[in-house]
Design a protein around this ligand. Structure first.
Ligand code: FE
Length: 218
């Protein structure tokens, strides 16, 4: 089977809020699934290499913020493409910290819920945390952002730690041979009307916020 067949599976886009000893952090996942309704339980798959995985394993608690189509790609960039181990990923993302110490993102999300881990399973690359929803929004707003919307409309890419990541060759540029790729997140710039060179020096990657210097010509 070709790996690309798996692209036909559908997903959403979620920010997972976690806490360490004395700080809150968050990451982006596309794999949150409801797995029980009495009580309400979800499963989340997270790379062994993710700092958030360590935090959840240690503290047994996390939040899920359901991103909407109105959530900026920059929020996904800030939370999805760097590690919270050494940086404050939430520095430029509006959020609130719950009494339990875990953050909820406040960037045009649909809704959120607080989850307590009850079980987990290991795969060779990822941990699947199974958790009970113990609190959350009373109402949902907006249209949830699907993984397809993220790829198709926001032009976002999957980071290497995503369970659904597949290595792909950069697409051939159909415009003028002038495509540039962000070496941080994989976003490809190939606007036929505005050359990469003519972008202002302070232009940044619309997905991850990396500077112009982080791009290389394909
Ligand atoms: Fe980028």
């Amino acid at each position: 089977m070709k790996n690309e067949i798996l692209f036909k599976l559908t997903y959403g886009m979620y920010a997972i809020g976690v806490k360490d000893d004395n700080k809150a952090s968050a990451c982006i996942v596309n794999t949150v699934t409801q797995v029980s309704n009495s009580p309400n339980m979800v499963a989340v798959s997270m790379s062994h290499r993710n700092y958030s995985n360590e935090c959840i394993a240690k503290n047994g608690i996390f939040t899920v913020s359901v991103l909407s189509e109105d959530t900026s790609g920059a929020v996904i960039g800030a939370l999805g493409f760097t590690s919270g181990r050494n940086t404050d990923k939430l520095a430029n993302v509006r959020h609130k910290i719950l009494a339990e110490g875990v953050p909820v993102v406040k960037e045009n999300i649909c809704c959120w819920f607080l989850c307590k881990v009850v079980s987990k399973a290991e795969t060779p690359t990822h941990t699947i945390f199974i958790a009970e929803i113990i609190a959350g929004s009373d109402e949902a707003r907006g249209a949830p952002m699907t993984y397809d919307y993220y790829h198709r409309v926001i032009k976002g890419k999957a980071p290497k730690n995503a369970p659904t990541y597949q290595e792909q060759k950069p697409e051939k540029d159909s415009n003028d041979g002038e495509s540039w790729i962000c070496t941080v997140c994989g976003y490809i710039y190939n606007d036929p009307d505005v050359s990469f060179e003519s972008l202002p020096d302070d232009w940044v990657c619309p997905i991850c916020g990396a500077p112009k210097s982080a791009f290389k010509r394909i």
